[in-house]
Design a protein around this ligand. Sequence first.
Ligand SMILES: C[S@@+](CC[C@H](N)C(=O)[O-])C[C@H]1O[C@@H](n2cnc3c(N)ncnc32)[C@H](O)[C@@H]1O
Length: 460
Amino acid sequence: MNTYSEDWRLDWDSDLSVLLKNAEEAEQGLSYLSPCGSEAARKELGSYYTPADVSLFFWTEFLRLTHIHDYNDIEIFWHRHHFVEPSAGAGALIFALFKKGVEIGLSPQQIACIHLTVIDINAVALDFIREQISWLENRWSIVFSNINYECNDFRRHKLTESSRALLFFGNPPFVSNPRGSKWRNLFADFLERSISQGKKDGHCHFILPVSIAFSRDYAKLRQQMRGLGKSIAISSFDNIPDTLFPSGKPEHTNTNKANSQRCCILTIFPTNKAKILSTRMHRWGKNQRQQLLSSPPHYYDISDYDFDDQFPRPENEAILRYLDNTNAAKRFASLICKGGKHKLYVASVARNFIGFREEASSGVHCLAFDNKESMILGLLILSSDVFLNYWRSVGDGFHVTSANIMDFPLHTNFMNLITNEIPMGNRMWKNRKQFVKTKKHPKGLTTSYDFSTAALRLCP
Ligand SMILES: C[S@@+](CC[C@H](N)C(=O)[O-])C[C@H]1O[C@@H](n2cnc3c(N)ncnc32)[C@H](O)[C@@H]1O
């Protein structure tokens, strides 16, 4: 039982909100505290801290996925686990965890019983967290006696043995590894190490680049995750119009959105029956941010997905069904005829529609067909909502790769519908000037055709 006033929860909540805000704001100060304090050095440490709203969403989702709903659930969970934050920064995810713990029913004394290892390579960041915790201790007359602060490289850090199940959580650095390393990016070392130390009853809960879900570079890591026999949940977030990390890189020099990785939240958790769950790639405007981060995302069950080795981000249920049983289906590549006279030029990047161009240029796929009818079929397929939804589900959210196009499965029913639309396809192509869209960029103007309003729409 606590000995605080009736309003202690409100006070605790407001104190934790302050600590969370401090953690968010400390990014500027702490991230540059490397020996040379430069943007390059900051990049080297991948020091981009998690904003408060994302930190809270991160734990809300974890608790929901692991069915921790009330006081009894959280109390047991708190005592069974040893929490490990391997790249703690200013501690945003730690303070968000405390805030959620109290929200569900733990008292500050119970929160303070947490077994927690806080690791970061940046000693100043660790000191910052220590100070924040010590402020909480004084203010609430509590003692966090089971926190270890470790200034170390997580890849080499040896955790002290614990009889408790390990729960690794964090937003590890996204930093390119030197050539010849096992993984292209440091976040993958963090994930692999956490998975392997987690044993049978361990959890992992990380904010990662969305490439973990699709890139060939991490195919083996996905295989390792599947092999754990645990459940996996991934919620994915695009970087336009809004991004999860709006604070960004203050001194960025290119036109990319600051700190603009598309991110996902990956959760690995033991369950009786292992499932793989994945959301669509969320896209939202700044004015929808609050709603996005306060609503539970919808997960699709992708446990049986075998179209490729990805964890897809299904745009909807219909496209997931479309990608089922594709073994017998021909692929888009079967329509192509190298050297064919009839050409379609398809933009190699997309967002809301697949763009077609008038002629070849850089950043355009040239698709050749041996007759006009095949070309029109190609046009109808690639401008259909089925293709757009497929690309959104398995593409990287920006590039329309040649493999995305060539591997698209052509189910018989879909092809029957498309074939019936050939007259419409001919009209679309003939009247293509009506579908022009232009986009300004530093080197000039790009003109594309966007047939999405006229093309076949099959998905609800
Ligand atoms: C993306 S920030 C995240 C900080 C914090 N977890 C958050 O969510 O706000 C990554 C952190 O990893 C730390 N870091 C970078 N390389 C590391 C390593 N090899 N071992 C441990 N920490 C590392 C950086 O100092 C930085 O604080």
